[in-house]
Each structure stands twice: as structure tokens, then as C-alpha cells.
Design a protein around this ligand. Structure first.
Ligand code: NAG
Ligand code: NAG
Ligand code: NAG
Ligand code: NAG
Ligand code: NAG
Ligand code: NAG
Ligand code: NAG
Ligand code: NAG
Ligand code: NAG
Ligand code: NAG
Ligand code: NAG
Length: 815
């Protein structure tokens, strides 16, 4: 058993933070605010059933504590399920949001009993204590959620309310008036997958304080983490006194007067009885500190953050933090239906709920799914947190030797794609290289971390880094099973494409620090994805769709055919393509149709890199699209991806595809398809997310689609469609800037995306812009007014100037 590595919390210098705060206040006072309290529009219950796995409980933006209800449903990865057929079993303190893997991080559940027949007869195990929630007239559970707050009425007549600070949860249990012996249970071992072992516990019979710890399994990887807690009780409006009864429990056996537990594993914890209030309403507050370091640290965290036991104060502070963060993006709601506004601000909320950023800065992190849209969203409105996460990633490289790929509860978890920390650091650096030093991000360490990550092979590239030796030697990942790792040498095509994109991002950083030799080397490596393109493979039934990514052996032969329909809804063999040793087809979580198309976009990035480099020939539109048979067949192929259901909204590799019509000078088709994604696959119901949110990946995608933008990570470009609002503005607290995108002729959001939604003209600060289909980062670096003129003509192109097409497709000239 190995202890988790816990990183010290590192903060920006106080004076610098104070300056940021000042800047923020100033910008908040000066910006137009159409929506003064955006948190009012947030519906945290969106995506809490139907596989969204969204966490709906109480948390701060990036808070470590995410306190929420746990239900006994199979899909309770984030603890909660909105489906009323499942019962409540506890209220726990951490939680993942939007992930697959095993349910985990539902640690240290608290549970109220309004009326056990006696202390020793309380049904303590999770299975025995489960009770239904009360139902509302429409049949849904009587649960309520808003940013920083969660409440539920249990059928045991106990009302539960939850709120949080960064590392401490505050629970309020209001017992029914006839509850003469209100009791509260602390569960030390059930983390959602019943994995806790070696619990230790101490009950203080005088104060009722329960301290304890246990070891728990990760959700999606090997290893165990050690988590500590400190639970205190307080009567609201009356003095609680010492518990009238206390003891330990093991499954359903209660041992009265025991102050510790002898359990090695299995279900175990503490049970306490308190006197009720004498005046009718018995509300008991439970303050739960949590720490990856020690129980005394958990107590200190709790004492520091909630010394006053003031539930309303903690709740209103949390709400204020959410309003401040969400309010950095303002929309004009005129003529917009409320559901669209709710979807927008709720999606932005998932983004800050998904990553767990607290005592250990980067306890939960998913590079695979988040590099496309989540971090580019942070670039637009949350640069200080992006800097802190960047520093935490570099710290992990310092401690472990490689950048983190997928983390859970501070542990390394399985790598699914490439080494996607690379495009995240690339994104940070492209946007904030001038501010990096002021943000305490070491430029040399950032670059060294990228270089090691890309070319030094770790002992186990299933947990971090890359299969770098083959990548550097061959320029792609060959299909032979590698004897180094049993059955895990899968995903060779998708990993090649992601390594290539990672190296593209590194070349961007190299260019910015003036290392032209490395910039050229990494551009050359990024070109490795060419190797996997087999020009002779066609889509069965569609002979015009020619050329496909395929597995290749180390000798250069395409010796393992993968059906392009593999891993799509059209796959005749219904094969899966997850992380298992049966997946020998080379692709992860998406079909060759998707990866081959996305590759064209990646290829576009590389072309852009080449076009700005003096050492290689510039590529142009014709050359790119020629690979797929010319512009018309490129567009046909995209149409087939949509009309034959190869576009898979439930997984991130498809996210770029709606915007690829831009590269064929048909941005109106991108606008149409991206608007269809919102109208067909997102809504504000509890089932309104089309798949796991993946720590904010789906939420940030929705934010961009609704804003009418799609970011190209680690570059300066944002592809442009049209906003779902007459105007939208992004305030950047670091730059003290607000950039507003206004849509002239805006006439609503037609359900079929046919209407006045296509961009016919773009001006920036009153001057005609170089393109009608993308914006560049400098527009957001200074306060700008971008005016889009909308038209109902879907055939409009990107404009006529030399730089009208997204620069990667222009024939040079971009810099
Ligand atoms: C700056 O970052 C370094 C490396 O992470 C850290 O050791 C140092 O404490 C940080 N300084 C401040 C003032 O935050
Ligand atoms: C309290 O009242 C509820 C109904 O209001 C009843 O179901 C419950 O059994 C009562 N509990 C006790 C301990 O009397
Ligand atoms: C629970 O019951 C209380 C009344 O006791 C009510 O005010 C509240 O709206 C109900 N629902 C939730 C989720 O708190
Ligand atoms: C009765 O309890 C409520 C809620 O706990 C509290 O606010 C109030 O002050 C108490 N009243 C008396 C007379 O103790
Ligand atoms: C627990 O301790 C209390 C107080 O000393 C005593 O009255 C009670 O009988 C004990 N209960 C058990 C089950 O030992
Ligand atoms: C990229 O690879 C392709 C195919 O191997 C080759 O034709 C092309 O010249 C390469 N481009 C660069 C810039 O290396
Ligand atoms: C594709 O087919 C052509 C014509 O038959 C052949 O010359 C070429 O080698 C094939 N390419 C691959 C990669 O199989
Ligand atoms: C799908 O798109 C292709 C290519 O544009 C087109 O030929 C075909 O008619 C479309 N099919 C449907 C069902 O729309
Ligand atoms: C909401 O979206 C989900 C996920 O795409 C979908 O399954 C569900 O049918 C939609 N519900 C409504 C009412 O549109
Ligand atoms: C921030 O921007 C506002 C509006 O442009 C300006 O009035 C203010 O002086 C700026 N604050 C700082 C600290 O630069
Ligand atoms: C776009 O807007 C600019 C600035 O208002 C104007 O000069 C230009 O004529 C417009 N172009 C089109 C095609 O409407």
C-alpha cells in the first residue's frame, strides 16, 4: 500500500491576489450586467440521471468538499441519482462529477435517524438504513439544489440541508417534532464502492467529536488513498450538550459506549444520540472537515473555515462566489427563453464543479476529456485558476517525473488517450505566456515538463506519459502487442493522433520561447499522424468515402484492418472500444470514421504550424482537402458523419466535428450542425446531458456552442458560429478587460436552426474584421466590441480577404 502524494497548497503572493481582487471589483463595477445573479439560473440537477453522473450538491467553485446526497442506484458515480426509485443512504463530503469508473469519493457519510426503537436497534449498514425521499406531486423526489446549497425531505420526516466551504461541509438536520431521540451516524468506510479498509476512529464522549480515517480505492486506477475526517455537532438555537448515547457500529451491530472501532474492513462507524431542542424544532448542525493529510488537519480546516456555525452565512458566501465567477460571462437575455439561460449558466457551473481543487490542488483532473473545451473556457474567464492548475501540473511533473493525465483522489489513474496535459499547458502558454512569470508559472519548468512528457518513456505509460520510445523512433504507435504490458497495448491509432496533437502544442510553446530548433522538431513529430492514413479503405456501403486511419505495424504494413464502422452505432459486431485487453482495433471510445475526420482538423493545425515555419512548405486548403477527394467530397463526408449517426455526442472525440465545415469555407453548415447539437442533445431536465459530463467537458462544450464559438486548443483561434443571445461578454479579471460579442439582426433560436443565425459580416471595434468565421485571442486581450451581422443565408462563406479562412488552411501568411 502506498501513501498518496499530497502537494502543499501553494498560493499566489498575497499582494498579487489583492491586486487581482481589486481589478475584479473594478471590472465588475464597470461592466454592463444584464444578469446580476447568474446563480439564480443554475439548475444543478441537470444530468443527474440517464448517465450524466453530474454532482448536484453543495460546493464552491473548484472546492475540495462537494457535499451531497448518496443514493443506492447503480449510476451513482457522483453519489446522487434523481430517479425516485432509488433511496437515500447518506450525505457524503467529496464526490467526483460526471465520471465513469467506479463510484468513489462518497466518503464519510452522515445519516440521521428520527426514531430508532432503541440505540442498539438502529439499522446502521448502508443497505439497512436506506429510506425513500418524499415525493413531490409530479412524482419527482423532494430535493432542491442551487449553487452552494442542497436540501431534501426524507420519508423519515427529517429535512436535510447542506452547504460548504472549500474543505469543510456543513449539514443541517431538522428532525420532526415528535423525534425525542434524534440520532446521527458517521460512516467511515463506505465511499460509494464500499472500499474503505483499516478505519480508525475516536469518539469524544464529552463533545461528541468523531475523528477517523480509512484507506480507499481509486475510481479508475490502482492504488489507495488515505482520507481523514473530523466531525463536530452543534445544536441550532439550543445547547446540544454531550451526546446522551454513543458507540461504534459494524454493519448492523451497534456497540454502545465503544469509542473506537476494531473493524479491519467492512461497514463501520460511529452512532450518537443527542437531546432534542425543548421548543419544538430540533435542528442539529454537523460540521465535517476532510483532509488528505491528518485528522487534526481536518479539524483545523473545519475550525478555520466555519468557526461560527452559521449555516446562512456559509451558504451566502458560497452563493456570492458562484455569482462572482458566473457573472464574468454576461448575456443579454432579451428574447431568449429561460431554459437557454438556465442551460448556459448551469453548464458553466459544471465546469468549476468538475475539477477538485483544494488541499492538494489537483486531486481530480481529467486531461483526456477536458483539453478541448474546458481549459480554453478557463482561458476566457478564469486565468488565475488556470495558472494554479498549471502550476499544480508542473509540480506533479517535479514529484513524479511526468505530467498528470487522469487523477482521482490524488492518485494516478489509467491513461485513456495521449498525454493530454501537453495541450493543456500549451493552451495556458499560448494565451498567458506574457503573464506566466507574474502568475508564478516557471517558463523553463513548464517547457521541460512538456519535453519530458513527450519523449521520455515512463515505467508504465498506462498511468502517465507516453509510449515514447516507439513514438520517437517510428513516428507512430505500431500495432504489435507490446510484451512490456499485458494486453494494454491498445488504442494505437487514437494514441498516435493524440501524441501528434500534443507535439503540435509543444511546438507552439517552443516557438513562443524562441526555440526554433525544437519548434521544427515537434512539428515534424506532429506530422506522424500521416503514417496511419490508409488511402484505400472505404466506408462499407459508401464507396465515395475513401481513406481512413488504420493500424500499422512497425515494419510499415497496414496489416490489421479495422472496419470504419467499428465502435459506432453502425458497427455490425457491436464491439466496444474501452480500456480492455479485448480491444485490439486501435481506437478508443470512437469510430475510425470519427478519428479520421478529427484528424483532418488536427492536420489543419499542423499545416498552420508549418505555414508559419520557414523550414517547410506551406500547405493550403486544396492540399488538405484533397486527401478526402476535394471540397465537395469533404463536405459529403461530414454530411454522412451526421446523417449516418457517426457523430457521437456522448464522447469528446466528436466535439470538433460540427465545426469542420469552416475548413471548407462553409461556416453556415457548422453553425447549423452545432446548433442542432444543443437543440437535440442538451436540455434542462435531470436527463439533459448526452453522456458523462466528464468533469466539465460536456458542460464547457455547451457553453461554447451557446456562445457561438469553438476554441482550437493551444492556438489563438476561436471558430465562430452565432450566439444564442443577442449579446455575450467575457470579463477577464487578469487583463481587466471585457469583450462583448453583439449579434445584429438576432432573431431568436429556431429549433431547426434555419433562420437568421448565419454570420454575414464581422467588425471589431467598428472596423471590418479579416474573417467572418473565426476570431483571434487578441480580441479578448483588449476590451473589444465584436459585432456580428446575422443573415438567413446558410451558404455564406468566411469572407473574401486573404486571411478569411481559419489560418491553418490559408496558404501561408499567418503569424
Ligand atoms: C511559486 O511556485 C513555486 C513552485 O511551485 C513554489 O515553490 C513557490 O512557493 C511559489 N511562490 C509563491 C509566492 O506562491
Ligand atoms: C412521528 O410522527 C410521524 C407522523 O407524523 C410518525 O410516522 C412517526 O412514527 C412518529 N414517530 C414517533 C417516534 O412517534
Ligand atoms: C422540505 O420541507 C420543507 C418544510 O418542512 C419545505 O420548506 C421544503 O421546501 C421542502 N423541500 C426541500 C427540498 O427542502
Ligand atoms: C427555538 O428553536 C429555534 C430553532 O432552533 C430557535 O431559533 C429559537 O431561538 C428557540 N426558541 C427558544 C425560546 O429557545
Ligand atoms: C453505557 O454507559 C452508560 C453510562 O456509563 C451506562 O449507563 C450504560 O449502561 C452503558 N451501556 C452499555 C450497553 O454498556
Ligand atoms: C508529413 O508526412 C507526410 C507523409 O509522410 C509527408 O508527405 C510530408 O512531407 C510530411 N510533412 C512534413 C512537414 O514533414
Ligand atoms: C492503395 O492502392 C494502390 C492501388 O492499388 C496501391 O498502389 C497502394 O500501394 C495502396 N496503398 C496502400 C497503403 O495500401
Ligand atoms: C447524407 O449525406 C450524403 C452526402 O452529402 C447525401 O448524399 C445523402 O443523401 C444524405 N443522406 C440523408 C439520409 O440525408
Ligand atoms: C433531454 O436530453 C437528453 C440527452 O440528450 C435526452 O435523452 C432526453 O430525451 C431529452 N429530454 C427532453 C425532454 O427533450
Ligand atoms: C480596469 O478597466 C476599467 C474600465 O476599462 C478602468 O476604468 C480601470 O481603471 C481599470 N483598472 C485597472 C486597475 O487598470
Ligand atoms: C461589413 O461591415 C462593414 C463595417 O460596417 C461595412 O463597411 C461593410 O460594407 C460590411 N460588409 C458587408 C458585406 O455587409
Amino acid at each position: 500500500m502506498q501513501g498518496p502524494i499530497v502537494f502543499e497548497t501553494r498560493r499566489l503572493p498575497f499582494a498579487f491576489l489583492a491586486l487581482l481582487e481589486l481589478l475584479l471589483l473594478v471590472s465588475l463595477c464597470t461592466a454592463d450586467r444584464f444578469i446580476p445573479n447568474p446563480a439564480d439560473y443554475v439548475l444543478p440537477l441537470i444530468g443527474t440521471t440517464n448517465g450524466g453522473h453530474v454532482f448536484p450538491g453543495a460546493t464552491l467553485p473548484h472546492g475540495m468538499v462537494k457535499v451531497g446526497m448518496d443514493t443506492n442506484s447503480p449510476g451513482n458515480q457522483a453519489g446522487y441519482d434523481a430517479d425516485p426509485q432509488y433511496d437515500a443512504i447518506g450525505f457524503s463530503q467529496l464526490h467526483d462529477s460526471g465520471t465513469g469508473g467506479s463510484a468513489s469519493l462518497s466518503n464519510f457519510k452522515i445519516w440521521p435517524f428520527s426514531s430508532c426503537s432503541s440505540f442498539s436497534e438502529c439499522p446502521t449498514s448502508p443497505a439497512s438504513r436506506a429510506v425513500p425521499r418524499n415525493l413531490l406531486p409530479d412524482g419527482s423526489p423532494d430535493d432542491a439544489a442551487s449553487p452552494g446549497y442542497f436540501a431534501s425531505n426524507l420519508s423519515s420526516n427529517v429535512r436535510v440541508e447542506l452547504t460548504a466551504t472549500r474543505r469543510t461541509a456543513l449539514h443541517r438536520y431538522t428532525f420532526p417534532s415528535n423525534s425525542t431521540e434524534p440520532r446521527l451516524l458517521v460512516d467511515l468506510t463506505d465511499d460509494g464502492q464500499q472500499s474503505g479498509i483499516e478505519p480508525t476512529m475516536l469518539i469524544d464522549p464529552t463533545t461528541g467529536r468523531v475523528t477517523g480515517d480509512a484507506w480507499f480505492l481509486a475510481s479508475f486506477g490502482p492504488g489507495e488513498y488515505h482520507l481523514f475526517t473530523c466531525v463536530d455537532f452543534h445544536g441550532e438555537g439550543y445547547s446540544l450538550g454531550s451526546p446522551t448515547e454513543y458507540g461504534s457500529w459494524f454493519f448492523d451491530t451497534v456497540t454502545q459506549n465503544a469509542t473506537n472501532t476494531n473493524a479491519f474492513d467492512g461497514s463501520a462507524g460511529a452512532l450518537l444520540t443527542f437531546q432534542p431542542s425543548t421548543n419544538g424544532t430540533t435542528s442539529i448542525l454537523v460540521r465535517v472537515g476532510v483532509s488528505f493529510i491528518s485528522s487534526s488537519q481536518a479539524c483545523a480546516n473545519a475550525q478555520e473555515e466555519i468557526p461560527d456555525w452559521d449555516f446562512e452565512r456559509v451558504h451566502s458566501d458560497a452563493l456570492a462566489q458562484w455569482n462572482e465567477l458566473l457573472g464574468r460571462v454576461q448575456i443579454d437575455p432579451t428574447g431568449v427563453d429561460e431554459e437557454t439561460i438556465q442551460l448556459f449558466y448551469s453548464s458553466d457551473t459544471y465546469c468549476a464543479s468538475g475539477l477538485l481543487w483544494g488541499e492538494s490542488e489537483l486531486a481530480v483532473h481529467r486531461a483526456l476529456d477536458t483539453f478541448r473545451t474546458l481549459y480554453p473556457l478557463f482561458s476566457l474567464h478564469d486565468p488565475e485558476r488556470f495558472a494554479l492548475i498549471t502550476r499544480a501540473m508542473i509540480d506533479i511533473w517535479r514529484f513524479e517525473g511526468w505530467l498528470p493525465e487522469c487523477r482521482g483522489a490524488t492518485l494516478q489513474q489509467w491513461v485513456q488517450g495521449g498525454s493530454n496535459g501537453d495541450p493543456i499547458l500549451g493552451e495556458f502558454f499560448v494565451k498567458y505566456h506574457e503573464q506566466a512569470t507574474a502568475l508564478n508559472v516557471s517558463v523553463s519548468d513548464l517547457y521541460n515538463a512538456l519535453v519530458t512528457d513527450s519523449q521520455d518513456e515512463p515505467g508504465d505509460w498506462d498511468l502517465q506519459g507516453r509510449q515514447a520510445n516507439d513514438w520517437v523512433r517510428l513516428g507512430y504507435i505500431p500495432d504489435e502487442l507490446n510484451s512490456d504490458f499485458s494486453g494494454t497495448n491498445t488504442r494505437q491509432v487514437s494514441r498516435t493522433l493524440e501524441y501528434a496533437f500534443g507535439d503540435f502544442a509543444i511546438s507552439q510553446v517552443a516557438k513562443l520561447i524562441g526555440n526554433t530548433a525544437d519548434a521544427a522538431k515537434f512539428q515534424q513529430r506532429a506530422n506522424g499522424s500521416f503514417e496511419m492514413w490508409n488511402p484505400n479503405i472505404t466506408l462499407p456501403g459508401f464507396p465515395s468515402v475513401i481513406g481512413m486511419m488504420q493500424l500499422k505495424s512497425s515494419t510499415g504494413a497496414f496489416d490489421m484492418f479495422t472496419d470504419p464502422r467499428h465502435c459506432s452505432v453502425n458497427d455490425p459486431t457491436h464491439s466496444t472500444c474501452f480500456l480492455d485487453s479485448n480491444n485490439h482495433d486501435g481506437f478508443y471510445e470512437s469510430s475510425p470514421m470519427v478519428y479520421s475526420q478529427v484528424w483532418i482538423l488536427y492536420f489543419a493545425f499542423f499545416a498552420y504550424a508549418h505555414s508559419s515555419s520557414p523550414i517547410v512548405c506551406p500547405h493550403d486548403t486544396a492540399q488538405l482537402i484533397t486527401l478526402q477527394g476535394g471540397v465537395a467530397s469533404f463536405i459529403d463526408r461530414l454530411n454522412i458523419i451526421f446523417n449516418q449517426s457517426y457523430f457521437d455526442v456522448t464522447d469528446e472525440p466528436s466535439q470538433q466535428i460540427p465545426f469542420m465545415y469552416h475548413y471548407a469555407n462553409r461556416p453556415g453548415l457548422s453553425t447549423k450542425q452545432s446548433r442542432q447539437v444543443i437543440s437535440e442533445s442538451y436540455n434542462t431536465s435531470v436527463s439533459g446531458l448526452p453522456g458523462n459530463d466528464d468533469s466539465g467537458a460536456m458542460g464547457s462544450y455547451a457553453v461554447f456552442l451557446l456562445a457561438g464559438l469553438y476554441p482550437v486548443p493551444a492556438t489563438n483561434q476561436y471558430l465562430l458560429s452565432s450566439p444564442f443571445f443577442p449579446s455575450i461578454s467575457f470579463s477577464n479579471p487578469l487583463f481587466n478587460t471585457t469583450t462583448t460579442i453583439k449579434a445584429t439582426n438576432w432573431a431568436g433560436n429556431p429549433a431547426d436552426s434555419v433562420g437568421t443565425v448565419y454570420v454575414s459580416n464581422v467588425t471589431v471595434n467598428g472596423v471590418q474584421y479579416k474573417s467572418n468565421c473565426y476570431l483571434e485571442w487578441d480580441v479578448f486581450q483588449t476590451s473589444s466590441v465584436v459585432e456580428l451581422t446575422l443573415s438567413d443565408d446558410v451558404t455564406l462563406g468566411c469572407g473574401s480577404g486573404a486571411n478569411a479562412l481559419p489560418p491553418s488552411l490559408s496558404s501561408g501568411g499567418f503569424d
